[in-house]
Design a protein around this ligand. Structure first.
Ligand code: X8Z
Ligand code: ZN
Length: 618
């Protein structure tokens, strides 16, 4: 996660100080007493209001971000208390601004001012009710949930009677490397023991945030979240469905091939040849990307393998060198190097002696140059790619830093998630050779293997990227009560991903809570969009860079023209509707999945051949 505007909004308003209280009182007294009534409000009033809101938010954002940084890199009672406090104060202030912004609904203002007012009224992720006690309660819950995930571990007593605990990183290693179904199941189930205690807190959190959303004029949190895409909320849901419809046949072909490979490996008992795939067999804790089981489904052809993890290890890459390599890619496109403070202040490695949130994120602490990443890097391909992902956030943040405060964000949240991934699509064998990691280029017969490896991450992710918020939108909308949360989760997992739970889930299970973004309250539709957009960006940037090879073999490494075009989009920040930003890079104003389909076209042909005679679907 990066601190995009919506997150900054919460953090930025989340500031502990007398200063804040003064600001807050000022904001309240202004909206309550000194402001003219909505009948007499003018465009000039609106301009002044927005100006003042921006100033206050900007002033407060730094301390809020610092507090959350310290909390997430040093979780304990004290930092949790501090984080809850700033969250409480920040939400109160932001809700104040959102309510005040609504008063300008009927005032005639220019498009730029309207956009800023809209951002103020829709920018909260979890608005609290104006009631102070409820606001404090919500802040306490959100902070605790974040900490519960960060400190989660699975403990059991070993044969010698000793208590042994495993953290997420340990359990993920098992999911990635083990081919023993019992061990896989144990790790898979074990991680899910962290979340039952989250459920009641989550239920209350939603109650409070729905109430807060209603006060702001939204039906519920679902409508609020879906209203941030320069279109009507229902049109956005339909847009997601449309994009999914474009890629579904490709996903189904991949699913069919993978299920067959797993069946060969594990047999009918564990991995049935028909129906959904048990979720613990796919190499990833959430079955969201499947690259780690490439060996089980790889083509039979004799082509040299390009295994990035092996290349990193044999070339003695350490965590810092991995990040330096990511930075060098951006430099090759013409972006300025990262500041010294990035290297001094980032968290690259999991600290040994304290609890932290390991889930990767990118931060902008001062809305200017104090950009950082927070990761617990492991030397493997997933993390090499994630480093590029996080750096994409940082370079985006730096590119839009001169925008007004309310425009410090991406065109829509999917754009922020897509930038670093776009760069990582250029990690081709040729690029690896250029940077000295690979000696010999594989010939074209290796393309299918490379494409399959890529599809296991990118295509497999699509229905997961979609279903997480399908679940949350329904939960927020009250379509299902707490007793049905877990069943709905698995119903959607099966419907979209064709994946099921390997065992019956206990009555108190709350499996969504074992995925970071649920207790962390990060909207998830953004990742689905990013997985579509990154291929659109890649296709266009490849063209701009003069590439003539098939797009899956294209690397934009070293292309200043591509960098320039990308930067033109990045520096717009949130200042324009997203179709304008998309047009700046691609010339098109529509999100469109044909780019991902083009990229994987040779693989789709191959998968269809492999799947001949197999009964696909679930
Ligand atoms: O959360 C992330 C990034 C930080 S924004 C590491 N991602 C999603 C996830 O891990 O679930 C990137 C891909 C999807
Ligand atoms: Zn991200």
């Amino acid at each position: 996660m990066q601190r995009i505007y919506r997150n900054i909004f919460v953090a930025s308003l989340s500031v502990v100080s007398v200063f804040l209280i003064a600001c807050q009182q000022q904001a309240e007294s202004q909206s309550a007493d000194t402001q003219p009534t909505s009948q007499t409000l003018t465009a000039e009033d609106a301009r002044q209001f927005v100006e003042e809101a921006q100033q206050q938010l900007e002033a407060l954002s730094i301390e809020g971000a610092r507090t959350f940084w310290v909390y997430q890199t040093y979780i304990n009672q004290d930092t949790q208390g501090l984080a809850a406090k700033v969250s409480e104060q920040g939400t109160a202030l932001s809700v104040g601004f959102a309510n005040a912004a609504a008063k300008y609904r009927d005032v005639e203002v220019d498009a730029d001012l309207r956009r800023k007012l809209d951002i103020l009224s829709r920018g909260l992720v979890l608005p609290a009710p104006t009631d102070v006690d409820k606001n404090a309660e919500l802040a306490d819950i959100t902070t605790r949930l974040d900490g519960m995930y960060g400190t989660g571990e699975y403990c059991k007593t070993d044969a010698g009677g000793e208590q042994q605990c495993q953290v997420l990183g340990d359990l993920e290693e098992i999911l990635k490397n083990s081919r023993d179904p019992d061990q896989l199941l144990d790790a898979w189930q074990g991680w899910r023991t962290i979340s039952p205690p989250m459920r009641d807190l989550y239920v209350r959190e939603i109650e409070l945030a729905n109430e807060g959303s209603r006060e702001l004029g939204f039906a519920d949190v679902s409508e609020l979240w879906r209203s941030n895409y320069d279109m009507q909320p229902d049109a956005f849901s339909a847009e997601m469905d449309r994009l999914w419809g474009q890629v579904k046949p490709l996903y189904e072909a991949l699913h069919c091939h993978v299920r067959s490979g797993l069946n060969e490996q594990y047999g009918n008992e564990i991995a049935p040849v028909q129906g959904p795939i048990p979720a613990h067999l796919l190499g990833n804790m959430w079955a969201q990307s499947w690259g780690n089981i490439y060996d089980l489904v790889a083509p039979d052809v004799e082509a040299e393998e390009v295994d990035i993890e092996t290349l990193l290890l044999t070339n003695n890459y350490d965590e810092i060198k991995m990040v330096k390599t990511g930075e060098a890619f951006f430099s090759s496109l013409g972006f300025a190097p990262l500041p010294d403070t990035f290297w001094e202040r980032s968290q690259f490695i999991k600290p040994r002696d304290r609890e932290v949130v390991c889930h990767a994120s990118a931060w902008d602490l001062d809305n200017k140059d104090d950009i950082r990443i927070k990761m617990c890097i492991k030397i493997n391909e997933d993390d090499f790619r994630t480093i590029h992902h996080e750096l994409g956030h940082n370079y985006y943040q730096r590119a839009y830093k001169d925008q007004p405060f309310l425009y410090l964000g991406s065109a829509n949240d999917g754009f922020h998630e897509a930038v670093g991934d776009t760069i990582a699509l250029s990690i081709t064998p040729e690029y690896l050779q250029q940077i000295g990691l690979l000696d010999e280029l594989p010939d074209a017969s290796g393309d299918i293997g490379l494409l399959l490896r890529q599809a296991l991450d990118k295509v497999a992710f699509l229905p997961f990227g979609l279903m997480v918020d399908q679940w949350r939108w329904r939960v927020f909308g009250g379509e299902v009560g707490p007793e049905g949360y877990n069943d709905l989760w698995w119903q959607l997992r099966e419907q979209y991903q064709g994946v099921n739970s390997p065992i019956e889930r206990p009555a108190d299970a709350f499996d969504p809570g074992a995925k970071y973004h649920v207790p962390g309250n990060t909207p998830y539709a953004r990742y689905f969009l990013a997985h579509i957009l990154q291929f659109q960006f890649h296709r266009s940037l490849c063209e701009i860079s003069g590439n003539e090879a098939p797009i899956h073999r294209c690397s934009i490494y070293g292309s200043k023209q591509a960098g320039k075009r990308l930067n033109a989009m990045l520096e717009m920040g949130l200042s324009k509707p997203w179709p304008d930003a998309l047009e700046a890079v691609t010339g098109s104003r529509e999100m469109d999945a044909t780019a991902i389909l083009d990229y994987f076209a040779p693989l789709k042909t191959w998968l269809d051949e492999q799947n001949q005679g197999r009964q696909c679907g679930w």
